[in-house]
Design a protein around this ligand. Structure first.
Ligand code: SAM
Length: 378
């Protein structure tokens, strides 16, 4: 199928079915991926440009086609005549003249948005909340970092062909292209940081929400004995034969003995992973944070019950409701645990991202964003 048409079809499905781009794009060419992820990454900025030229209401499919065209003209090195001509060919006849006229105008020059949210194509409410939590300067850096292309990182003994050494995680490499030919296993560098914190806390570890398993694998490389639990057997599949696997709801775990360390890398809003999953920023509602927090608290209570020394509580969310507030709330009744200091468990490069004992790794580090707390049994 025509690659632009395929990209359009995937964008329509993501919108209609709330599907995840990364799951739909498994067998597609680099060009289709770039188109789909680029439209999701730049959506509100593309709309800002489109709406500056189009004064009438635009139906959703035509808007997606205009976004594809504007993306090629503004953010990809596609020759303008090809970007316009090939994109207009996707348009139903009745709207061809309209789309053609707008794309030709965009090809001659587009306005620059003045505000941080539109310039970096984020919803205003996310910029507002990151400004409250991290300050205006860091909020703008987080948003800008989310707009950078990112590749998976890899844990491997032999240096991959196109890669630089991770400064945060020993033995990890930051790839500058696809991970297809890499030995070892792929995971985000930020995930490696979390695994190293848990492995530094002890070598008898329960990974309570472990799938798909990157952190379990890093902890094993560090010499820990790891039990990998998750509620989803399907998501645990990559760990089969590589770790001890248990399938259970972490709120009612079947374990008869405590573990020295419990890592709870909890299900969350994933606002730290927007650079890889740009659709999250358009789909998430501020109200959703409360429902994640409710599950996170239940899982954290369970993690405390299972730990004889240390709990590492991490999320790939940058939001305090899913991190600090969860820990504060649970510690109000669980006086058998106190907050520990992440800085004591990490190397100097990671320690730069620790504030008052809490890891706040944000995407301008060149990683996915992670927050991590340490809880110690009294
Ligand atoms: C952020 S992901 C974990 C990523 C994993 N630690 C890794 O590094 O590959 C959260 C996981 O929590 C699992 N999960 C959700 N609800 C759960 C529950 N009640 N008990 C156990 N696991 C749960 C999900 O299936 C998902 O795999």
């Amino acid at each position: 199928m025509n690659e632009r048409r395929r990209a359009l079809e995937i964008l329509r499905r993501i919108e209609r079915e709330s599907a995840f781009a990364s799951l739909l794009l498994t067998n597609d060419s680099g060009f289709v991926r770039t188109l789909v992820l680029g439209v999701l990454r730049w959506r509100s900025r593309l709309d800002f440009v489109i709406d500056s030229f189009a004064k009438s209401k635009i139906e959703p499919e035509i808007r997606d086609i205009l976004r594809l065209g504007a993306l090629q003209l503004l953010f990809m090195r596609v020759a303008p005549h090809a970007a316009v001509g090939e994109t207009v060919a996707l348009v139903p006849l009745r709207a061809r003249g309209f789309v053609n006229a707008i794309l030709r105008k965009i090809s001659k020059g587009a306005p620059e948005p003045a505000d941080v949210a539109t310039r970096n194509a984020h919803p205003q409410w996310l910029i507002d909340r990151w400004t409250r939590v991290y300050g205006a300067e860091r909020a703008a850096k987080i948003a800008a970092a989310n707009q950078e292309l990112s590749y998976p990182d890899a844990m491997t003994d032999s240096p991959p062909p196109a890669a630089t050494r991770s400064e945060l995680v020993p033995g990890m490499w930051k790839l500058t292209g696809s991970s297809a030919d890499v030995e070892g296993f792929a995971l985000d560098e930020g995930s490696g940081v979390i695994a190293d914190i848990a492995a530094a806390a002890g070598n008898d570890v329960l990974d309570l929400a472990a799938a798909p398993g990157g952190k379990s694998l890093v902890m094993r490389v560090r010499g820990a004995r790891v039990v990998s639990n998750d509620i989803s057997i399907a998501r645990l599949r990559p760990l089969i034969g590589k770790s001890s696997i248990v399938v259970s709801d972490g709120r009612q775990p079947p374990f008869a003995r405590p573990f020295q360390v419990v890592l709870l890398d909890a299900p969350c809003s994933a606002t730290g992973t927007i650079r890889k999953n740009p659709e999250i920023k358009w789909r998430l509602r501020e109200d959703d944070l409360a429902s994640f927090a409710a599950l996170q608290k239940q899982l954290l209570v369970s993690a405390l019950d299972l730990a004889s020394e240390t709990v590492v509580y991490s999320t790939c969310s940058l939001e305090p409701e899913e991190n600090d507030a969860v820990v504060d709330d649970v510690l109000r009744t669980r006086t058998d645990f106190v907050r520990g200091d992440v800085a004591k468990l990490v190397n100097a490069n990671v320690a730069r991202w620790v504030e008052n004992g809490v890891l706040r790794l944000t995407p301008e580090a060149g990683t996915d964003g992670f927050t991590a707390h340490i809880l110690r049994k009294k």
